[in-house]
Design a protein around this ligand. Structure first.
Ligand SMILES: NC(=O)c1ccc[n+]([C@@H]2O[C@H](COP(=O)([O-])OP(=O)(O)OC[C@H]3O[C@@H](n4cnc5c(N)ncnc54)[C@H](OP(=O)(O)O)[C@@H]3O)[C@@H](O)[C@H]2O)c1
Length: 235
């Protein structure tokens, strides 16, 4: 697809993978709306990128509704691409993970994309066109110690994505799942500080490149799922 003039929502676009993807798509001429919880981080990122922003916690239905009210008002309900990128990582052993943590992580990583998709579908189905990218994780395929909440939420996202993909192909709507392995970002850091890119480890830029590349395929083609690994991260 060509990006010039396309309308694209990226949840969690104020740092990391979402921000790098928003920059690339804006540079290619797309109209991009980024979301996140912190107004300060959003304003700062949007100024660097040259895109629109809206404060919205993806785990809250009223905040999700706000995003789509914005789309109605500013883009006359035209939505070409939805990138469900916002994610939350809380990592501890099962015994040390309070039940509230499972609720928080599931709220952002699975209920968030579900609520976003349910609002996007009428806009895309009406036009029989659209693309949805769900940013999951390699932990959507294999659990790891101290990752039960995160990994279980991403397994759920993978199941949701596969079902959605089958439902939407007859409407010419493409659904992609991208699985990053470890990327040097603020994920899991309650201070939300961005990490410096480390030689040999993946940075947000490589994931942005992946997301843009799969979207760039002509609309009659899509890649259902792909994982991105660093070649030799323990170098
Ligand atoms: N980094 C990795 O190693 C890695 C590996 C596999 C998969 N992933 C996935 O990649 C995606 C992007 O993460 P990242 O690594 O780029 O992390 P990041 O730098 O922490 O970025 C996360 C983004 O999501 C936003 N966000 C967090 N909670 C949100 C909420 N409830 N509602 C709306 N926005 C929210 C953050 O902004 P605010 O904090 O201001 O809300 C930020 O813009 C996530 O889905 C993550 O699970 C990352």
């Amino acid at each position: 697809m060509e990006f010039a003039g396309k309308t694209i929502i990226i949840t969690g676009g104020s740092s990391g993978i979402g921000k790098a993807t928003a920059k690339k798509l804006s540079d290619l001429g797309a109209k991009v709306l980024i979301t996140g919880r912190s107004k300060e981080r959003l304003e700062k990122a949007a100024n660097q990128i040259g895109c629109a922003w809206i404060e919205s916690d993806v785990s809250k239905q009223e905040d999700v509704n706000k995003v789509f009210d914005w789309v109605a008002e500013n883009w006359s309900n035209k939505l070409d691409v939805l990138i469900n990128n916002a994610g939350l990582g809380e990592f501890a052993s099962v015994e040390e993970t309070p039940i509230e943590s499972y609720h928080r992580v599931f709220g952002v990583n699975i209920f968030g994309p579900i609520m976003m998709v349910k609002k996007a579908l009428p806009l895309m189905k009406g036009k029989k066109a659209g693309s949805i990218v769900n940013v999951a994780s390699t932990s959507s395929m294999k659990g790891f110690a101290n990752g039960s909440a995160y990994s279980a939420s991403k397994f759920a996202l993978r199941g949701f994505t596969q079902s959605l993909m089958e439902e939407l192909r007859p409407f010419n709507i493409r659904v992609f799942q991208v699985n990053p392995s470890e990327v040097t970002t603020a994920l899991g850091n309650p201070e939300r500080e961005e990490r410096k890119e480390i030689d040999f480890k993946l940075g947000p830029e490589q994931l942005a490149q992946t997301i843009v590349s799969v979207l760039m395929l002509p609309e009659k083609a899509f890649v259902p799922e792909l994982s991105v690994w660093a070649t030799n991260p323990r170098n």
